[in-house]
Design a protein around this ligand. Structure first.
Ligand code: NAD
Length: 437
């Protein structure tokens, strides 16, 4: 099928590449000329495992192209996907101006029937507003259908998630649009759930809020573990072995971050309030998340006493491993707090440093060329992101290179007993702190 995708970021670009890989002709569109220039020159502007190969393979096969022109996309495709940002406004509302602008632009160049698919995460009832907006600016009175097709990919394994999705949700009214959407997804051989548009939109916010709730749940349990001497890893295993619950998303840590969870939970809270049915449970999810970050900082302060002039190494800046995405990363927030308190911070991240250099709140941080270089002469090491590179490090070497071997492990990468035996003072999440034997 001929498909265009407006917005070539983490969602749009990966979706476009994977659609092309199963045989569709795809035009990826973006209004950032640097992005389009880079893509046309064969450079992939984001890091996502496996993405570069898929893009190059499909560009060579002439199934994947890039442009800055929405007109070109709408003219040359049966289906137009929208994958532009839907950021959070200061009052918690979702900023839908990117969606509205694209809807207007599509309407302006619509001359015959197209299916307009919203893939961005949007509040329930946005589809209705998109349809109204397109109708208003539809100069040629062309026919169209609006579909909601929320995306569930996880950064860090987006290509695999796109190629082997758990489910495809198609929210639509028209049978014709549903048939076309089924054709788009047929090659993926995944279960397809067809719903009305409102339900599809709601599924995305409800799913992300539930995942964040699971994280906050185990983080709240981790505080109880620390207070009672229990081990959150064992508790999570014990809970997670129940198939009704599952072990996924029960990893205690320093709180959720990233470009989706914080904004999507805030959006769902606002949506529920606007609909007159406040979802207060989600406010508690947010509160626990904030408390978890503060608890971690408190342990750092209590252990190091004064942070001013302390040389602290931080491993990990991205919001999760296997991505270069640092948007709303808890690690960045942590580094900003340490710098504010006068610490000398040296950070290392396998993929996130280029983007981190641009972040104003962490101006003054030093960047190291490797994990080991970051800890040279450090008085403490903080692990903020669970990259496998950190889990596989030679701990004896780490101890040798630090001035005082104190580790704050925000991701429970290491075995507490081993750390004690090696001579580390070791603080992790939801497990007893270890002082050297
Ligand atoms: P992103 O910022 O990485 O990409 C969005 C792209 O849209 C950018 O390249 C931007 O330049 C482009 N853009 C903005 N306005 C445009 C316009 N008028 N015309 C053409 N291009 C335009 O964002 P993302 O992470 O891909 O997220 C996109 C949407 O998908 C959001 O609603 C997000 O919540 C949702 N989502 C994201 C993820 C994720 O893991 N990142 C997962 C599921 C859903």
């Amino acid at each position: 099928m001929d498909i265009s995708i407006i917005g070539s970021g983490y969602v749009g670009l990966v979706t476009g590449a994977c659609f092309a890989d199963v045989g569709h002709n795809v035009l990826c569109i973006d209004n950032d000329p640097r992005k389009i220039d880079a893509l046309q020159a064969g450079k992939v502007p984001i890091y996502e495992p496996g993405l570069e190969e898929v893009i190059h393979r499909n560009v060579s096969a002439h199934r994947l192209r890039f442009t800055g022109s929405i007109r070109e996309g709408v003219e040359n495709s049966q289906i137009v996907f929208i994958a532009v940002p839907t950021p959070q406004q200061l009052n918690g509302d979702v900023d839908l101006s990117f969606i509205e602008k694209v809807a207007r632009e599509i309407a302006g160049v619509l001359t015959s029937y197209r299916v307009i698919v919203d893939k961005s995460t949007v509040p329930v009832k946005t589809g209705e507003k998109v349809a109204t907006s397109i109708k208003r600016y539809n100069r040629h009175r062309a026919k169209f259908d609006v579909v909601s097709n929320p995306e569930f990919l996880r950064e860090g394994c987006a290509v695999a998630d796109l190629m082997h999705p758990d489910r495809i949700v198609i929210g639509a009214q028209s049978e014709h649009a549903i048939d076309l959407m089924k054709k788009v997804y047929e090659p993926f051989m995944a279960p397809i759930l067809v719903t009305d548009i409102n339900s599809a939109e709601l599924i995305k916010h409800a799913a992300n809020s539930f995942l964040a709730l699971k994280i906050s749940y185990i983080n709240a349990v981790s505080a109880i573990c620390e207070a009672s001497g229990a081990d959150v890893e064992k508790v999570a295993d014990g809970i997670g072995m129940d198939r009704r619950i599952g072990r996924d998303f029960l990893n205690a840590g320093i709180g959720y971050g990233g470009s989706c969870f914080p904004k999507d939970i805030a959006a769902f809270i606002t949506i529920s309030e606007q609909l007159g049915v406040p979802f207060n449970l989600l406010k508690e999810v947010q509160r626990i998340n904030t408390a978890q970050k503060e608890r971690f900082l408190k342990v750092i302060r209590e252990t190091l006493w004064v942070l001013r002039e302390k040389k602290i190494a931080v491993w990990g800046l991205t919001f999760k491993p296997d991505t270069d995405d640092i948007r709303s990363s808890v690690a960045i927030e942590l580094v900003a707090n340490l710098l504010r308190e006068g610490a000398h911070v040296t950070a290392y991240d396998p993929k996130g440093m280029e983007r981190a250099r641009e972040v104003k709140t962490i101006e003054g941080v030093a960047f190291a060329a490797s994990a080991l270089e970051a800890i040279d002469g450090a008085e403490a090491l903080i692990i903020a992101t669970e990259w496998s590179e950190f889990a596989n490090v030679d701990l004896a070497l780490v101890k040798q290179r630090m001035i005082t071997p104190i580790v704050f492990d925000g991701r429970n990468l290491f075995d507490s007993e081993t750390m004690g035996q090696l001579g580390f003072r070791y603080h992790s999440i939801g497990r007893a702190s270890i002082t050297p034997h």
